[in-house]
Design a protein around this ligand. Structure first.
Ligand code: C5P
Length: 239
C-alpha cells in the first residue's frame, strides 16, 4: 500500500463524550486523516457518530472487536450497511468459519473496507492463558491465529509493534499490521506495557500506528501529532 506518513497515523478517539471527540477532530483537521472509534463512544452514540466523523472527511477504524458465532457477527457487519468504515476488527478466536464469513460479508457490503483480527489481547500473558486452559505461549498463539486469519482471507491483524517483524516474516509483507502501544521517547507510558516509538514501529513493518493519549492529552495536540508524523517519515526512510 502506498500511504503517506500522515495516512499511517490513526488517532484513537478515547473520549467519554462525543463533542470532545468531534472538537479534537476539528482541532486536528489537516494533521490527522485517520481516527479510531472504540467500544466506549460507540456504545453511547452508535452509528450516527460514525456518520458525523465520516462527514467531516476522516477515515475511520471501527474498533469493536467482534466476538460471537459466525451468523451473529455477519449480521452485525450487515448493520454497518449505511456506513463505509475503512478498517474493522474481529477476534481471531471466532475461528476460521466465522472469520471467513465476516470477511465475505464486509467485502459484499463495502469492497474497499479492510477486516483485521485481534489475536491475543495484550492484557493477557502466559499465566492468564494457562489459567484459561490454553497451555501455549502467547507469541506462538499469536502466530497460529495470524495463520488462521490469513487463510480465512482477512487483510491483517492488530498487534504490538514488537511482534510485527515476526508476523511479517511468517505471513508476508502484504499481511497488514495495525499497531497500538506507541510512544515517543519523551511521552508518558501510561498503562501500556510494551511500547515502541513511531519510527521504530514503522521500521519494524507496521502499516498503521494507533496513538491516543500522547496526542489527545497533550497541551498542544497538533504539535504532538506533527512530531509523531515526522517520526513516521523517518521510519519510512529506513523502511
Ligand atoms: O492512549 P493509547 O495510545 O495507549 O491508546 C491506544 C489505543 O489502542 C486504545 O484505544 C487502546 O484500547 C487500543 N489498543 C491497545 N492495545 C491493543 C489493542 C487496542 O492499546 N492490543
Amino acid at each position: 500500500m502506498n500511504l503517506t506518513a500522515r495516512e499511517r497515523l490513526i488517532l484513537s478517539l478515547d473520549f467519554e463524550e462525543k463533542q470532545a471527540a468531534l472538537d479534537m477532530l476539528d482541532e486536528l483537521k489537516g494533521e490527522i486523516v485517520y481516527c479510531k472509534v472504540g467500544l466506549q463512544l460507540f456504545t453511547k452514540y452508535g452509528i450516527s457518530l460514525l456518520h458525523e466523523i465520516k462527514d467531516k472527511g476522516f477515515r475511520l477504524f471501527l474498533d469493536l472487536k467482534f466476538h460471537d458465532i459466525p451468523n451473529t457477527v455477519a449480521s452485525a457487519i450487515k448493520s454497518l450497511n449505511s456506513i463505509e468504515v475503512d478498517l474493522l476488527n474481529i477476534h481471531a478466536m471466532c475461528g476460521f468459519e466465522g472469520l471467513k464469513l465476516a470477511k465475505e460479508t464486509l467485502q459484499n457490503l463495502h469492497p474497499k473496507s479492510k477486516l483485521i483480527a485481534v489475536t491475543v489481547l495484550t492484557s493477557l500473558n502466559n499465566e492468564l492463558l494457562s489459567q484459561m486452559g490454553i497451555p501455549v505461549k502467547s507469541e506462538e498463539l499469536v502466530l497460529q491465529l495470524c495463520k488462521v486469519t490469513q487463510n480465512a482471507g482477512l487483510d491483517g491483524v492488530v498487534c504490538s509493534a514488537q511482534e510485527v517483524q515476526n508476523i511479517k516474516n511468517t505471513l508476508g509483507k502484504d499481511f497488514l499490521a495495525v499497531c497500538p502501544g506507541i510512544r515517543r521517547a519523551t511521552d508518558d507510558v501510561n498503562d501500556q506495557k510494551r511500547i515502541v516509538t513511531p519510527s521504530q514501529a514503522i521500521q519494524n513493518g507496521a502499516d498503521w500506528i494507533v496513538v491516543g493519549r500522547p496526542i489527545i492529552k497533550a497541551p498542544s495536540p497538533g504539535t504532538e501529532a506533527r512530531l509523531i508524523i515526522t517520526e513516521i517519515e523517518k521510519g519510512m526512510q529506513n523502511d
